[in-house]
Design a protein around this ligand. Structure first.
Ligand code: PYC
Length: 413
């Protein structure tokens, strides 16, 4: 038994240490204010403090820590993207994730499972082949495999898919992993807080102050905070902060729904994605099947989840895994995804001096948490975009230098 455990067991008065300290009220000023205490905002605060020595940081959230898309995603980590820019960026993300539990001293239940993107027809197979080639060129472990290899990794799958859309192959990405999403946010929060970062929950930003065309503070429901650097890391609410600084939003907000089943004995090792059937599934350490489908068809600022979602998901899942017919869905929910026209993020400096953006995460933001933190921290500290995010600037929508990452999205749009 570890000493720490023994100490708590024997000492009745010994309170469990708090994960982070919240001062009663924000200071008058900070070097950096981060809007959004989700994984991205907290990771940025952590790397700003750890790598760049900037610790006078306030992280503000109108709700609670990790209560937005950080706690609503389905925890998949992968780097099998389609564009070289995406592949390089997410590869760094996977590598950071692999060492994160020991870096943050928290069990993240990081579990490398292998990731299959199923192809049910020739055109999907062609995109899979294309992705595999781009991935290999950048040293990423992805390859095209046949139906037999899918069956070997997942014997329960029906390769005929109910007779409607037989599996003809798949893109296999060995590093594909799952990881406890809330633990990622809490780990970053604790480590950042230990270095002096201050986190304020239930603190809403109501406006951004500007003077001489540059940021000079944020207005909140707890008063004005002066700062000359503001990061907006509020996936699902990005248009609101962009409006505060007078920038036109390149993102639409669409709900992405997900659900989990009751816990089952472990049977599913890999992550299975079918873009054509609009479903994906993995099995968590608790035994639940974590599943999702395509985004909702229209813009909506809401986290409600619907019966239509579970019924159509169940329909497609039963084509892949008929034996699940009696398994119960225990929870369902939605997150709000900010979708860009080219399915790549919008990151870095903006036309407003001192206003930085970490947005456009669509349905793939969680896996980018550590690499966003690292690259945005560099960008804020040096007021220069990190080389890994140079292609993700907002100006690409005016210059028509879009990226075209749609083929790498896991879910249909
Ligand atoms: O991008 O891997 C992904 C993903 C899975 C579910 C939603 N997005």
């Amino acid at each position: 038994m570890s000493w720490r455990l023994l100490k708590y067991a024997l000492n009745r008065d010994h309170a469990e240490p708090r994960w982070f300290n919240t001062p009663t009220s924000p200071k008058e000023s900070y070097d950096v204010v981060i809007i959004g205490a989700g994984g991205h905002g907290l990771a940025c605060a952590y790397y700003l403090a750890k790598t760049h020595g900037i610790t006078r940081i306030a992280v503000l959230d109108k709700g609670y820590l990790g209560g937005g898309n950080t706690g609503r995603n389905t925890t998949i980590v992968r780097s099998n993207y389609l564009t070289p820019e995406g592949v390089r960026f997410y590869d760094r993300g996977v590598r950071l994730f692999e060492g994160l539990a020991s870096e943050l001293d928290i069990n993240l239940f990081y579990s490398t499972r292998g990731h299959f993107t199923l192809a049910h027809n020739e055109s999907t197979l062609r995109t899979a082949r294309w992705r595999a080639e781009v991935n290999k060129h950048h040293g990423i472990d992805s390859q095209l495999v046949g139906p037999d290899e899918v069956k070997r990794a997942c014997p329960q799958i029906d390769l005929n898919c109910g007779g409607q859309h037989a599996i003809v192959g798949a893109l296999y990405h060995a590093p594909g992993a799952i990881v406890r999403h809330d633990a990622v946010a809490w780990g970053y929060a604790r480590a950042a807080s230990q270095m002096g970062v201050e986190i304020f929950q239930h603190t809403e930003v109501t406006g951004i102050e500007m003077a001489n065309d540059r940021v000079c503070g944020v207005r909140t429901n707890r008063g004005l905070i002066k700062t000359d650097k503001v990061l907006s890391a509020v996936a699902g609410a990005t248009p609101t902060t962009l409006k505060m600084v007078g920038l036109k939003s390149p993102v639409d907000i669409v709900p992405l729904q997900a659900c989990v089943t009751e816990p089952m004995k472990p049977w599913l090792d890999p992550i299975i994605v079918s873009g054509s059937l609009h479903v994906y599934v993995s099995q968590s350490a608790r035994g639940e099947l974590v599943m999702g489908a395509a985004v909702d068809p229209a813009e909506l600022h809401s986290t409600r989840s619907s019966f239509e979602f579970v019924s159509s998901l169940a329909d497609q899942m039963l084509d892949l895994f008929p034996f699940l017919a009696g398994v119960k869905i225990s929870r369902q929910w939605a997150g709000m995804a900010d979708m860009t026209p080219d399915f790549a993020p919008v990151m870095g400096k903006t036309a407003i001096a001192g206003f930085y953006l970490d947005a456009g995460w669509g349905t793939w933001g969680f896996k980018a948490t550590p690499v966003c933190g690292e690259t945005m921290a560099f960008t804020l500290a040096h007021d220069t975009n990190h080389r890994l995010i140079e292609a993700f600037g907002m100006e690409r929508f005016e210059r028509m230098t879009m990226l075209g990452e749609k083929g790498a999205a896991a879910v249909g749009h």
